[in-house]
Write a protein that binds this ligand. Sequence first.
Ligand SMILES: Cc1cc2nc3c(=O)[nH]c(=O)nc-3n(C[C@H](O)[C@H](O)[C@H](O)COP(=O)(O)O)c2cc1C
Length: 336
Amino acid sequence: MGAALRTRITQLLGIDHPILGGGLMWLSDARYVAALVNAGCMGFITPRSYASEADFRDALALCTELTHGKPFGVNLTLSHRPEANSMVPRWMDASLGHGVKVFETAGHAPAELIKALHKANAVVVHKASSIRHALSAERAGADAIALVGMEEGGHPGMNELPTMLMGALAHGQFSVPVVLGGGIGRGNQLAAVLAQGLDGVLIGSRFLVCEEIQTHPRYKEHLLTCDEHSTVRLLQSLGTTWRVLLNDTASQVQAIERAGATEYAAFGDLISGTVARDRCYAEGDWRNGLVSLGPSIAFANRIEPLQDIVNGMVDEAVQAIAALRSMHSQNGMEQE
Ligand SMILES: Cc1cc2nc3c(=O)[nH]c(=O)nc-3n(C[C@H](O)[C@H](O)[C@H](O)COP(=O)(O)O)c2cc1C
């Protein structure tokens, strides 16, 4: 499929479709990111998912091979715990050294990182869950903003506002391109985002059932049974909201929170991210672990190549835009 929807984000990143696949801990590996790029979108490898820097470098090399040299991105997520960021400069240098030019930054206090990436002429899409943080990232030099609402799978921050409202609030406030994320999984939503005057969408959950994501088939099959009530937001009590699959672990965490816990220690291993990797993604035991997921999983009804999901979304967006256009011209004719 050729480019159908050209926006400032497709121009900035040199992609066909105004669709970004956000970084996914444990899952956005070389194969998935290459599938996004080859489908005309942009994707971001998550270095935190790799056991060593050498493994991460191997992933960069594999992605270059699978994309036949087309540009792809790297996600650099900054933790609020400084000790958890010690590898960020190494990952940045490894990526730049490999020729990566596009970064999705996320998390706490990104100004220094944005500055360092700009020194190397990289393009930075900063992901923020509040207008205030997004505006400060723009002031710090971000080339584009990914604004996410409370529907987002993963860590939507302490923001309580839904994506649609965030988009409307963003309108006219930014001079750089803005893409909207959180709960987006259909082409008519992409059309709605463009109608809001924004530049594209950022997607995570809807793409989890694509063939190229490396998770256990039992987990993917379970995702197909999920609806819009299958996820829950947890850990607001710790100030680190996490939207996850509603499973046994999520229910246990919910119960501990309701009992008044406000310290990490109260949750023990229940909130360790490696449980999702080892039990759910590797073994298909989706009942255990906090597994990042948002309600747009309701739109997934089959396991299919990523290219097919993307093509379906773009087709639907184009049809929605045409329907709006014809609605407008019909009204015009009636008035004449
Ligand atoms: C399984 C999963 C893992 C994620 N891991 C990360 C991550 O490591 N870093 C990050 O910046 N965002 C992460 N996110 C958020 C996504 O990049 C993206 O912002 C989000 O999925 C968009 O909302 P949606 O899930 O409603 O489509 C994750 C999301 C999911 C579903």
